[in-house]
Design a protein around this ligand. Structure first.
Ligand code: GLU
Length: 494
C-alpha cells in the first residue's frame, strides 16, 4: 500500500529502556495507532561490543509492561548487513560514493590544521575525483579505503519540513563527504538506518532532536538510493531541572522504565506522563484516557523546546517528578477496584503480607480497605508501606504521629489499654458506636476527644492522617482494634 503509515522504534540495545526511549516509542505508537498504521520494532544492534541480549530483553519487557505493542519485528539490524553493504556498493557503482584512501594520520593532521586556523573541519575531497588508475594503484599498494558519500557539488541545499521544528535546510557546501562504510567493510549507522527504513517502508521518522543533525545527510542517502523520503519529526530532549541531560550516571535507576514498574507506578500513568514530557494538547489537560490521547495527539503539537523532567535527586520528597506522582495517584484513586485489587495483591505478595482470605472470604473487606486507603496513596508501594497496618501487625509508625499523638501525653500509656476495654465491651462495633465510646471516654477523663482519637489512629494505623477514625475502628474490626490498643505500650518504649 503506497500511503501506508509505518513507523518504527529502533533502539540501540546498549542499556535498559530509558524514559526518553520509552517516550519515543510511545509517540511513535500513538501516531501509528491513530492512523491505523503499523509500528515496527527494530533492534539496532550493529554495535556488537555494546549490544547485549539482556538489554534487548529489558527493552521488550519495558514495552510490554507499558502496553506498547508492535506489529512487526523485532527485526535485528545485524541480520541485514548484506542489504547495507549492497546499498554501499550501489552508491559506489552509480558514482554517488567513492573510495577514500586518506589515512587516519593524514586526516588528523588536516583536522588539527583546520582547528588551528579556526576553519571548519571538513573532508577536503582529496579522494573525491581519483581516476580509475589512481584507485587501482592505491589498491595494488594494499592501502585500505573507506567509502565516502559524494555530497552533490551543485550550489544548492538539502532540507525538509520537520513536523515539529519547521523547515530545516543545509547548503551542500556545509556538508562534508561523510563515511558510509568503514575500511573493514562495516557499514555505518547513517547508511544502515536509512537502508532499513527504506526496506521497512517507513513513512514517518519520529525521534529525538539528538538525531536532527543526521537527517539532511540521510535525506541525501534516500535521494541517492532513489527512495522516497519519509516525514521527519524531531522531539525535544529530556533534561533535568539543571538543564543536564538525564542519564543513569547522574540520576541513577530513576531514568529506567523498570524502576517505575518496581516502584508501584501504573503503566498508563507512565504513558500519560511521558506524552506530556514534550507534547501538549494545546490546553491545560493533564489526564488523558487512551481514546482522548489518540484523539488529541498530533506531531505538530510536540514542543520545540526541551522537556524538563522535574526530578531533584537530593530531595527525598521527590521520589520522582511530582507531576508523574500526581498522575499516578489519579489513576490509582479512580481505577476499577477489582483491577486495583489484582495489582495490590502482587504488591502485598512481594512484601510478604498477602493472605489468601483477601481473595476469598475477606474479599469484600479487602476491596473496601483499598477504597478507603487509596485516597491518600500515590503508588502501589504505599499499600504495603504506609498502608501496611491494614494487612499486618508489624507496621512502623510515622515519626510525626509517634511524637505528636502518642508520646506527647504520657497518660496515654494507661488510657489506651483502658479504651481497649471499652471497645471490647461493645456489642455493635459500628462507626457510630465506636465514636460514642471514644467520645464518652474523653469526656470521662476530661480531655479533648482528639487526644484518644489521634493516638488510636497512630497505634492502629501507624499514620497521622487517614480516613474517618470511626470508620477505621469499624473496618479494622474489634479483635484488631482491641489488641493493638491493649498492646500499645510498645510505642512508649524509647
Ligand atoms: N538507534 C538509534 C537510537 O537509539 C535510533 C535512531 C533513529 O531513530 O533513527 O538513538
Amino acid at each position: 500500500m503506497a500511503n501506508e503509515v509505518r513507523l518504527r522504534f529502533p533502539p540501540s540495545p546498549t542499556g535498559y529502556l530509558h524514559i526518553g526511549g520509552a517516550r519515543t516509542a510511545i509517540l511513535n505508537w500513538l501516531y501509528a495507532r491513530k492512523h491505523n498504521g503499523k509500528l515496527i520494532l527494530r533492534i539496532e544492534d550493529t554495535d556488537a561490543e555494546r549490544s547485549t541480549e539482556a538489554s534487548i530483553q529489558g527493552i521488550m519487557d519495558g514495552l510490554n509492561w507499558l502496553g506498547i505493542d508492535w506489529d512487526e519485528g523485532p527485526y535485528f539490524q545485524t541480520d541485514f548487513t548484506g542489504d547495507h553493504q549492497a546499498a554501499g556498493q550501489k552508491l559506489l557503482d552509480t558514482g554517488k560514493a567513492y573510495k577514500c584512501f586518506c589515512t587516519k594520520e593524514v586526516l588528523d593532521a588536516k583536522r588539527q590544521a583546520a582547528l588551528a586556523a579556526k576553519q571548519e573541519v571538513r573532508y577536503d575531497g582529496t579522494c573525491r575525483n581519483l581516476s580509475p588508475e589512481e584507485i587501482a594503484d592505491q589498491e595494488a599498494a594494499g592501502i585500505p579505503s573507506v567509502l565516502r558519500f559524494k555530497v552533490p557539488e551543485r550550489d544548492g541545499s538539502v532540507g525538509y519540513d520537520d513536523k515539529v521544528l519547521g523547515r530545516i535546510e543545509q547548503k551542500y557546501c556545509e556538508i562534508s563527504d561523510f563515511v558510509i562504510v568503514r575500511s573493514n567493510g562495516k557499514p555505518l549507522y547513517l547508511l544502515c538506518n536509512v537502508v532499513d527504513d527504506i526496506r521497512d517502508r517507513i513513512s514517518h521518522v519520529v525521534r529525538g532532536q539528538d538525531h536532527k543533525d543526521n537527517t539532511n545527510r540521510q535525506i541525501l542517502l534516500y535521494e541517492a538510493l532513489g527512495a522516497p523520503v519519509p516525514v521527519f519529526a524531531h522531539m525535544p530532549l529530556t533534561l533535568d531541572t539543571k538543564k543536564a541531560k538525564i542519564s543513569k550516571r547522574s540520576h541513577g535507576e530513576i531514568v529506567a522504565v523498570h524502576w517505575y514498574r518496581d516502584h508501584g507506578f501504573l503503566p498508563w500513568a507512565m504513558i500519560n506522563f511521558l506524552c506530556l514530557l514534550g507534547w501538549s494538547a494545546g490546553d491545560d489537560r493533564e489526564i488523558f484516557s487512551k481514546d482522548e490521547l489518540l484523539e488529541a495527539f498530533t506531531l505538530e503539537r510536540i514542543n520545540k523546546s526541551n522537556a524538563v523532567f522535574n526530578y531533584k535527586k537530593d530531595d527525598p520528597k521527590f521520589i520522582t517528578d511530582p507531576k508523574l506522582l500526581n498522575i499516578n495517584a489519579h489513576y490509582l484513586r479512580t481505577m476499577d477496584l477489582e483491577e486495583l485489587a489484582v495489582l495490590v495483591k502482587k504488591e502485598l505478595e512481594s512484601a510478604g503480607i498477602w493472605q489468601a482470605a483477601y481473595g476469598g472470604e475477606r474479599k469484600g473487606w479487602f476491596l473496601k480497605t483499598l477504597d478507603m486507603s487509596r485516597e491518600r496513596f500515590y503508588t502501589l508501594k504505599d499499600f504495603s508501606t504506609e498502608g501496611r497496618a491494614w494487612f499486618a501487625d508489624d507496621f512502623a509508625m510515622c515519626p510525626k504521629a509517634l511524637k505528636k499523638n502518642v508520646r506527647k501525653h504520657d497518660q496515654l500509656r494507661e488510657w489506651l489499654p483502658e479504651l481497649a476495654d471499652r471497645m471490647a465491651a461493645l456489642d455493635d462495633f459500628s462507626a457510630d458506636e465506636t465514636e460514642k465510646a471514644a467520645r464518652d471516654f474523653a469526656e470521662e477523663k476530661d480531655i479533648k476527644p482528639g487526644i484518644p482519637i489521634n493516638a488510636s489512629r497512630a497505634v492502629l494505623t501507624g499514620q497521622i492522617k487517614g480516613p474517618s477514625m470511626f470508620e477505621v475502628f469499624a473496618h479494622l474490626g474489634k479483635e484488631t482494634v482491641v489488641r493493638r490498643l491493649r498492646e500499645s505500650g510498645r510505642w512508649f518504649e524509647k
